[in-house]
Write a protein that binds this ligand. Structure first.
Ligand code: AMP
Ligand code: ZN
Length: 477
């Protein structure tokens, strides 16, 4: 299994440090509803964790919630709401959305505001080592004290040093403005009631130290005894985010953690490319974004949105269009229809051709995902199999046993893709209609069967007549 590592700019064989694959994924800044660009990144992480599990690894994924930073403070004040109440609203919305998108939950969701103590401990070590220094408005990390600074973001160090004379207090800034960055921001009036009284002063953390502290706490033994023991830090296996996280956020996390612990921070850095709208990054600041809720309100099915966002390789840019969501919907509907058809197989004989096709599809699916999560050949393997098996279904030659083998493979593949609907029961009143229609069918009361078909359609249920009875399915929006 190979992954592309942003640090080395190469595909590398994945070898976790222990039995457990430990991965840190930068989570949402909970100041608004996440947009589907954000979800492209969370879905890439979902596919990654599902693939690791498919391959037999135990996974510990930590996804932080940034519930204090420049943006959460700014917007909670705009809404006149206490920070905690404000961020809770969007945290809850985030959990609802990931469930809707069938994203597997991470093992831990630490909140920045609950890790101030750990951040302060790390900053104290950096102060002791004289890598951090105090000014009148905060405590800063001196990038000149970390010679490898720029390595992850591939910034030319010579150029950087020429321009890197200043300091930057804001959480977000551009590569061209690389400079000493804030670890701790002393309180000023603009922060209102958001501050912590700590040994290093009254104030709040910079965004980057939040992730250094939460990853060390939840993915290593560095805080196990309650106090910070830098030498107990354990290199993380994987750290992910969108490409915009590479600089400054991940570069700064790396500089802080490695300076503090003297150990390598992360073995495999993986970053997903952006979701674009008309060639530009989908982002809140540009206002060109859709939330999942916007799309559902427009009548799109969440599984179609999921399919759209996972079906392009994570390191390729993806342009969002409504036509593309429609095409994704068709693909999801075909897959789900196929699962229903498999239930009707009644052919007389098992066929080696089918058996071979399943093996071939499985091999291609696994080989593709092993190659840095190549998704297109993995999906092609499934659709090729489906086309072949559909032919056998058309000619009523697929045996029940073969169908069950296909089904087993489809479920295995779906443990990674997550686009098949769960087998579900109809609401009792709808089931009653379906049963009544079956009776009408048997006595050839066609006007009644048509009537019921229309009624069910209004409830989003399609019924089809097959030689072996009728079957129903949900019509995906
Ligand atoms: P934020 O809440 O702004 O910290 O972003 C959460 C995650 O979404 C980060 O990993 C970002 O890199 C990622 N992200 C933001 N915009 C996009 C986009 N247009 N496409 C893909 N990922 C994005
Ligand atoms: Zn982070």
């Amino acid at each position: 299994m190979k992954f592309y590592n942003t640090l080395t700019r190469k595909k590398e064989e994945f070898k976790p440090t222990g039995k457990m694959a430990r991965m840190y994924t930068c989570g949402p800044t909970v100041y608004n509803y996440a947009h589907i660009g954000n979800f492209r990144t969370y879905l890439f992480e979902d596919i990654l964790r599902r693939w690791l599990k498919y391959k037999g690894y135990n996974v510990k994924q930590v996804m932080n919630l940034t519930d204090v930073d420049d943006k959460t403070i700014r917007d909670s004040q705009k809404e006149g709401m206490p920070l905690k109440q404000f961020t809770e609203k969007y945290t809850n919305a985030f959990f609802e959305d990931i469930k809707t998108l069938n994203i597997e939950p991470a093992e831990v969701y630490p909140k920045a505001t609950e890790h101030i103590k750990e951040m302060v401990e790390m900053i104290k070590v950096l102060l002791d080592k004289k890598i951090a220094y105090k000014t009148e408005d905060g405590i800063y990390f001196s990038i000149s004290k970390f010679p490898e600074y720029g390595e992850l973001a591939h910034i030319d160090l010579a150029q950087l040093q020429a321009g890197a004379s200043g300091r930057v207090k804001a959480d977000e800034y551009e590569k061209e403005n690389a400079a000493d960055f804030a670890l701790w921001k002393f309180w000023d009036e603009k922060d209102g009631d958001v501050y912590w009284e700590t040994e290093i002063g009254k104030g709040r953390p910079g965004w980057h130290i939040e992730c250094s502290a939460m990853s060390a706490k939840h993915l290593s033994d560095a805080f196990k005894t309650g106090k910070f023991e830098p030498d107990k830090f354990m290199t993380l296996d994987i750290h992910t985010g969108g490409v915009d996280n590479i600089f400054p956020h991940h570069q700064d996390e790396l500089a802080q953690t490695e300076s503090c612990t003297g150990k390598k921070f992360v073995n495999y850095w993986m970053h997903s490319e952006h979701l674009l709208v008309e060639g530009k990054k989908m982002s809140k600041s540009l206002g060109n974004f859709y939330t999942l809720r916007d799309l559902i309100a427009k009548g799109f099915n969440p599984l179609a949105v999921r399919y759209l966002l996972i079906a392009t390789h994570y390191r390729q840019k993806l342009n969002f269009t409504f036509e593309a969501v429609d095409a994704a919907k068709t693909a999801v509907q075909r897959l789900n229809d196929f699962m229903l058809r498999l239930k009707e197989a009644h052919g007389a004989k098992n066929k080696t051709e089918v058996q071979e096709a399943i093996e071939k599809a499985k091999l291609q699916f696994e080989k593709a995902l092993d190659e840095d999560l190549e998704i297109s050949p993995a999906l092609a393997a499934i659709f090729d199999l489906m086309n072949l098996v559909n032919k056998h279904l058309d000619s009523h030659e697929l045996s029940k046993e073969d169908a069950e083998k296909v089904e087993t493979f489809m479920h295995q593949a779906d443990s990674v893709l997550g686009v098949l609907t769960k087998e579900e029961k109809l609401a009792p009143e709808l089931q009653k209609l379906v049963d009544e229609r079956e009776k009408a069918r048997q006595i050839k009361n066609w006007s009644r069967t048509d009537e019921i078909r229309d009624e069910l359609k209004q409830h989003g249920i399609a019924v089809e007549d097959t030689p072996h009875g009728q079957r129903w399915k949900r019509i995906l929006s």
